[in-house]
Design a protein around this ligand. Structure first.
Ligand code: SF4
Ligand code: SF4
Length: 380
C-alpha cells in the first residue's frame, strides 16, 4: 500500500460517512435539488495566451466584466450558503488586478468555503506571482482555506509554444512554476499542472509527465474539450479530434506507459475515457450536473462547459436561487444527464466527484486491488 493509496486504514474507518455522502450524491436531481457546493467565476474572457483551441483571446473584451461589488451581492444569495469550493478562471484570471477582491467578496458571504483554486497559464510571471501572493493573504486571513494553483502545460520546450501560440511559452511558465515553488515552501499552497491532451502532444505525453515528476509537480492529463464554448470553428474542431491512428497511439501510451503512474482519480478517468471513445457510455461520475454553478463574466449562470447552450439564466433575470430551482433549470439538468453526460469527455473535477459519490470509486479501487493481487479484472 503506497502512502497516497486511497485504500488505507484511515479511509476505511470513514466508510460509513462516505456511504452516506454517496447516497446523497446519487439522490441529487432525483429526490431533491441540492444547492451548489462548487462554483467557478470566469472572471474575464481576456487572455494573453493564443491557444489554437480557444476563441476567448480573440474577443479581448473588458467592458462587461463583473465587479467585486456585483459578485459580493450575487454570492449573498441563499443559493450559495452550502458553497465549499471556489475556482477563479478565465480567460487568464490574473489579468484582473482585483482578483483578490473578488475572492474576498465571495468569502464574505460563503463561510463554508475551504478551497480556492486559481487556474492560470502562468505566462506573465510578475502578474501571476502577485495574484497568488494576494490570494494567499485572503486565504490566510480566514485560516481554514487552502489555495490551489493549477498551471497549464501542454508540452515541453517548443511544443508548448506551438500549442499556446506565445513566444517562449515553456520558459515563461516554468519560470513562474519555479517561483511558485519558492512561495510554496513557506505557505500552505497546492501547486499542480494540467496538460490538455490533443493530437499535437499525444506522442510527447511521457515527456510531459516526466517533467512534472522531475519537478515534483502533480500532473493531470485532460482530453481537449472542443465545445463551442471555446471555439465555433468547425474546421478547427475537426482538427482537434483524434484520428483513429492518433487515438490508437494515445490508448497505447496511456495504457502501457502512463496509467500506473497517474494519480488515482486521473487513472479512473482515463480508464473510462478510453472505453468511452471506443463506444461505451461514460460511467465516471460528474459533480457538475447537480452541484455546480459557473458565473460567467458577462453575467450568465451556466452549468458545465460541455455545451454553450447550458445556460440557466442571467443574473439580471432573477435572483440566483430562483433561477437555479426553476423548472427550466431542472429540465435542463435532466436533458444534460440523458443526452450529454453519457458521451461527455470532460475531466474537470473528476477528483472531487469521485471523493463524493463513493460507489463507483469504491468499486474502481477494489478492482485495482483485485487486479494487483490476482492479475484479473473484475470491473468490466
Ligand atoms: S484555452 Fe485558456 S489559456 Fe488558452 S486562450 Fe483560452 S482562456 Fe486563454
Ligand atoms: S455533460 Fe459532462 S461535464 Fe456536464 S455534467 Fe455531464 S458529465 Fe459533467
Amino acid at each position: 500500500m503506497k502512502a497516497d493509496d486511497p485504500v488505507n486504514l484511515k479511509n476505511i474507518l470513514k466508510i460509513p460517512r462516505f456511504v452516506a455522502g454517496g447516497i446523497k450524491f446519487h439522490a441529487a436531481g432525483k429526490l431533491y435539488t441540492p444547492k451548489p457546493i462548487f462554483s467557478t467565476i470566469r472572471v474575464t474572457h481576456r487572455c494573453d495566451s493564443r491557444c489554437l483551441s480557444c476563441i476567448f483571446w480573440k474577443e479581448n473584451k473588458k467592458s462587461d466584466e463583473l465587479s467585486p461589488q456585483i459578485i459580493e451581492t450575487l454570492y449573498k444569495d441563499k443559493l450559495f450558503s452550502s458553497l465549499e469550493m471556489l475556482t477563479l478562471s478565465g480567460g487568464e484570471a490574473t489579468l484582473r488586478d482585483d482578483l483578490a477582491d473578488i475572492a474576498e467578496a465571495v468569502l464574505k458571504s460563503c463561510r463554508n468555503i475551504k478551497r480556492i483554486t486559481l487556474c492560470t497559464n502562468g505566462f506573465n510571471n510578475r502578474r501571476v506571482i502577485r495574484a497568488v501572493k494576494n490570494l494567499l493573504k485572503v486565504a490566510q486571513s480566514r485560516g481554514n482555506i487552502k489555495l490551489y494553483v493549477s498551471a497549464s502545460l501542454d508540452g515541453v520546450g517548443q511544443l508548448h509554444e506551438k500549442i499556446r501560440g506565445v513566444p517562449d511559452a515553456f520558459e515563461k511558465v516554468t519560470k513562474t512554476l519555479a517561483d511558485l515553488k519558492k512561495i510554496q515552501q513557506k505557505n500552505d499552497l497546492f501547486l499542480s499542472v494540467n496538460c490538455t491532451v490533443q493530437p499535437l502532444n499525444v506522442p510527447y505525453l511521457k515527456e510531459i509527465f516526466d517533467y512534472g515528476e522531475k519537478n515534483n509537480l502533480p500532473l493531470t492529463f485532460s482530453p481537449i474539450c472542443t465545445s463551442e464554448v471555446f471555439t465555433d470553428d468547425e474546421e478547427l474542431k475537426n482538427r482537434l479530434q483524434f484520428s483513429p491512428a492518433q487515438f490508437a497511439e494515445l490508448q497505447k501510451i496511456i495504457s502501457n506507459e502512463l496509467m500506473p503512474k497517474l494519480r488515482t482519480f486521473n487513472r479512473a478517468f482515463w480508464q473510462d475515457y478510453l472505453n468511452l471513445i471506443s463506444g461505451a457510455k461514460r460511467r465516471v461520475p460528474c459533480l457538475l450536473l447537480n452541484h455546480y454553478l459557473q458565473i460567467d463574466t458577462n453575467g450568465f449562470m451556466r452549468g458545465c462547459d460541455f455545451d454553450s447552450r447550458f445556460i440557466y439564466g442571467h443574473i439580471k433575470d432573477s435572483e440566483p436561487h430562483q433561477i437555479w430551482f426553476s423548472e427550466k433549470s431542472r429540465n435542463m439538468r435532466r436533458t444534460i444527464k440523458k443526452d450529454y453526460c453519457p458521451r461527455c469527455t470532460v475531466n474537470c473535477n473528476v477528483g472531487y466527484s469521485l471523493a463524493r459519490e463513493f460507489f463507483y470509486y469504491a468499486r474502481y479501487l477494489s478492482s485495482e486491488k483485485f487486479h494487483h493481487l490476482t492479475g484479473k479484472d473484475i470491473l468490466r
